[in-house]
Design a protein around this ligand. Structure first.
Ligand SMILES: Cc1cc2nc3c(=O)[nH]c(=O)nc-3n(C[C@H](O)[C@H](O)[C@H](O)COP(=O)(O)OP(=O)(O)OC[C@H]3O[C@@H](n4cnc5c(N)ncnc54)[C@H](O)[C@@H]3O)c2cc1C
Length: 482
């Protein structure tokens, strides 16, 4: 019997797991997919928002500002790339100026530090590539950029090394309550727990429906992006927003912690929560909007398009509450933007709510908050590189030439506390395949290393989710998909 089971291992489930790993109880995380951080957490704008956008008094406002405050120390503890770049919201013309002023007032009410209203000239002094049509801007120095899947991975790795049990490929398909505990059915058998945290992202309403009729509904909204090559990464040095509207925070242009430039997203209501496609119309909309902010944007250097699905609900705020009929069940639902920014604060609040229902949060004396990432070869100086190669010659063999990722890093990703098991899992852990060629050159070599390290045939190596085999296999009766 577990004290707490967390359903879903995106950044929210991972943050909750790491929070509870500080305490003495027995905790498990059940993740449907074969890897963690493979839902909305892997496909978003990667911004740690300052917190001027949410309405004062909402959970979003409180948890965003608190999450932002915690992010620097947290990322330092977990060795996750994070940069407090600051952000600008742009106004184009006098009719948008009142919107900036409203954001300034909201931000001040929410406790966002350092907000300043700028003229168009002042904004262009900070960001010379901004359009001449910009007439004013709101500067938020506390906004930042983070590696979103890196953060989730680091959180769950740290939780696992502190005793949390993670089960992947373990979708919860049924729930019942018996004599004061929950029984969760999965393909790997039944799990029992005294408390359950539902962190199932866009499926949080479906997971709650396994227990009882949910009092919220997820209305998925898709956002599409361009990811530009590192040659464009310095086009702006802050996150550049336009005035937010009812459909979201609008199209942004932002540097990434890996040195690329991110452009997007739009917001389109979709019915299929798994439809991560890109459409010409949406990308054209993103292009036109982004060029308003930064007219010289070089979209010919696009290396990838992708999309993510927001878990919007009919509530207009995060749904973080225990069930009235089953108070040991806690939903962390409707965690749309700014969910990534708020993750550490959501985790603290979740622990508080469960403590109010009787969960003991007695701290473990041996909790180790630190997680040391595998050395990133590309970030080392010549002396450090030579030292690393002397200790392990596999760090001397560069596999991904675009991102300078070595065999040593890939092997480490395959044997880490939450090991990669797919080509994309390797990519998320050490960047192999993230560069200009998007794995065109290194993909087959990564595949060989996975097969060798996991002792499986090349034909069993997956690109990503279950069923995504890369190679076909000849059989007596013809070609199989694997
Ligand atoms: C386009 C877009 C842009 C965004 N930009 C930002 C931003 O810049 N800043 C910001 O702060 N936020 C942003 N967000 C929001 C942020 O990405 C999310 O709030 C965050 O990733 C949500 O994490 P999660 O863990 O709740 O969901 P997910 O990452 O989706 O994780 C949920 C997990 O639950 C698992 N699961 C589902 N059902 C089951 C089941 N039955 N059993 C077991 N496991 C299950 C899934 O497989 C998945 O891994 C953006 C979102 C989108 C879509």
């Amino acid at each position: 019997m577990y004290d707490v089971i967390i359903i879903g291992c995106g950044v929210i489930g991972a943050a909750a797991a790491r929070r509870l790993a500080r305490c003495r109880g027995k905790v498990a995380v059940l993740e449907a997919q074969n890897d963690v951080a493979n839902g909305t957490t892997k496909a978003n704008s990667a911004i740690v928002h300052a917190g001027y956008d949410p309405e004062p008094g909402t959970l979003m406002a409180r948890l965003n500002v608190e999450g932002n405050r915690q992010m620097g120390d947290l990322c330092a503890e977990l060795d996750v790339p994070f940069r407090r770049t600051g952000s600008l919201v742009l106004a184009f013309g006098a009719d948008q100026q009142p919107r900036l002023e409203e954001l300034y007032r909201r931000g001040t009410a929410n406790g966002v530090p350092g907000l300043r209203l700028l003229t168009g000239e002042e904004a262009r002094e900070l960001e010379p590539n901004l359009s001449q049509a910009v007439t004013g801007a709101l500067l938020a120095p506390s906004a930042g950029i983070v590696d979103p899947w890196g953060l989730a991975l680091a959180l769950i790795e740290n939780a696992v090394t502190n005793g949390v049990e993670l089960f992947r490929g373990c979708p919860v398909t049924a729930v019942r309550e018996e004599d004061g505990y929950f029984v969760l059915t999965t393909p790997k058998g039944e799990f029992t727990a005294r408390y359950v945290i539902n962190a199932a992202g866009v499926d949080a309403d479906k997971v709650r429906a396994l227990l009882e009729t949910p009092d919220f509904t997820v209305h998925p909204s898709r956002g599409e992006y361009y990811l530009l090559d590192k040659s464009e990464g310095k086009t702006v040095s802050r996150v550049i927003f336009q005035c937010p509207g009812p459909e979201g925070k609008g199209v942004l242009v932002a540097p990434t912690v890996h040195g690329n430039l991110l452009v997007g997203p739009n917001a389109e209501a979709v019915t299929d929560r798994r439809d991560l496609g890109n459409t010409a119309d949406a990308l054209d909309f993103v292009r036109r909007r982004a060029m308003q902010s930064v007219p010289g944007l070089n979209l010919r250097q696009n290396i990838r398009n992708f999309s993510g699905i927001r878990a919007n609900t009919d509530r207009g705020d995060f749904v973080i509450e225990t069930s009235k009929a089953h108070p040991h069940w806690l939903d962390l639902a409707g965690i749309c933007s700014p969910g990534l920014s708020s993750a550490p604060a959501i985790a603290d609040y979740a622990a508080e709510l469960l403590a109010a229902e009787g969960l003991s949060l007695e701290e473990k004396p041996d909790f180790n908050p630190r997680r040391q990432a595998v050395p990133r070869f590309r970030e080392l100086n010549a002396r450090q590189r030579a030292e690393l190669i002397r200790k392990d010659p596999r760090f001397g063999r560069v596999i991904c030439r675009c991102e300078t990722v070595t065999e040593g890093e890939i092997v480490a990703a395959l044997h880490s506390p939450v090991p990669a098991c797919t080509i994309n899992g390797v990519k998320r852990r050490c960047n192999a395949g993230m560069g200009r060629c998007q794995g065109g050159f290194c993909g087959p070599r990564v595949q060989e290393i996975i097969a060798r390290e996991l002792n499986i045939p090349m034909t069993d190596v997956l690109m990503d989710q279950d069923g995504t085999w890369v190679l076909a296999r000849e059989t007596k009766t013809g070609k199989e998909a694997r």
